[in-house]
Design a binder for this molecule. Sequence first.
Ligand SMILES: C[C@@]1(CC(=O)O)C2=NC(=C\c3[nH]c(c(CCC(=O)O)c3CC(=O)O)Cc3[nH]c(c(CC(=O)O)c3CCC(=O)O)/C=C3\N/C(=C\2)[C@@H](CCC(=O)O)[C@]3(C)CC(=O)O)/[C@H]1CCC(=O)O
Ligand SMILES: C[S@@+](CC[C@H](N)C(=O)[O-])C[C@H]1O[C@@H](n2cnc3c(N)ncnc32)[C@H](O)[C@@H]1O
Length: 264
Amino acid sequence: MKGTLYGVGVGPGNPELMTLAAVRIIRESAVIACPGKDARQSTAYRIAVQAEPSLATKELLAVDMPMTRDRAELTKSFRQGALLLESFLKQGKDVAFLTLGDPAVYSTFAYLEERIAGLGYPTGYISGVPSFCAAAAEAGVPLTEWDEALHIIPAGQMDESELEETLRLPGTCALMKSGTRMDAVKSALAGSGREVYMVENCGMLGQKIYRGADSIPDTAGYFSMILAKEEKGSNQPSDDLSEGAEKRRSESESIRNPLDSRGK
Ligand SMILES: C[C@@]1(CC(=O)O)C2=NC(=C\c3[nH]c(c(CCC(=O)O)c3CC(=O)O)Cc3[nH]c(c(CC(=O)O)c3CCC(=O)O)/C=C3\N/C(=C\2)[C@@H](CCC(=O)O)[C@]3(C)CC(=O)O)/[C@H]1CCC(=O)O
Ligand SMILES: C[S@@+](CC[C@H](N)C(=O)[O-])C[C@H]1O[C@@H](n2cnc3c(N)ncnc32)[C@H](O)[C@@H]1O
């Protein structure tokens, strides 16, 4: 019998945000695959092992894929990665591929899954909490209200005019992959008139929350999520009870990563 490949979303950082389904699939799979040269060094592994310690004794597989924008190089490595996974699936072993956040959002898993499905093996996506949802929770703000739209934007892959155009879209923009282009993203945000929040290392050790485009640093790490909300308009009814919410939100509590000493 053929094994199944699962893409297991482990959430953005805090192991408490892993789902029961993610933990069960990890427990039941014979092989655990992680992105990178060394499975134990991958961010996804380091999150998951805190929620499911049995992971440390499982058969681990490193699927090395370069973090590059060179599509030809990526295609080659996804092909090699898929063939490596297949060598276990054809023995009838289920493989859980751990991936940050949700596997359906800009995940390496999607590129492997399409090749494995093409080879005729069963595959499955196991949802995880996406980083933009967790970042909204950490900032203490809703992502969308009433009739607002939500746009998921790969901001680090856009030039400045595309960014400015994007920031004219109605509703909320979740800007991802901005880490390496923070200066350009910051200058586009400055003229956008939006309510801006950035959560760096969301749910991880060293989490930082920035409020307002001016507070965003010129350089930031890869794990940075920017939420740029359209200012509230008159079509969004509120009453006197909502007054002062913004100030209270900035003082609101986040869920602490159990390993983080901030709360102790
Ligand atoms: C080019 C660049 C960014 C850019 O676009 O700006 C880039 N990643 C960069 C850096 C980087 N990435 C990561 C760290 C570790 C931080 C840490 O651990 O501290 C660092 C920082 C560093 O290496 O310094 C972690 C990471 N990245 C991905 C996953 C897997 C996953 O999430 O599934 C994980 C978690 C793995 C884990 O669990 O450990 C996935 C993807 N990363 C891509 C691009 C996408 C393909 C390009 C495309 O979209 O065309 C791709 C393949 C998929 C996609 O994004 O769709 C930039 C190169 C910078 C450079 O080399 O200069
Ligand atoms: C390759 S995408 C993976 C997205 C992931 N599958 C998800 O559902 O969030 C990587 C981007 O997600 C965002 N991201 C992922 N984890 C994050 C975290 N813990 N804190 C802030 N941003 C994060 C960053 O914008 C980063 O550049």
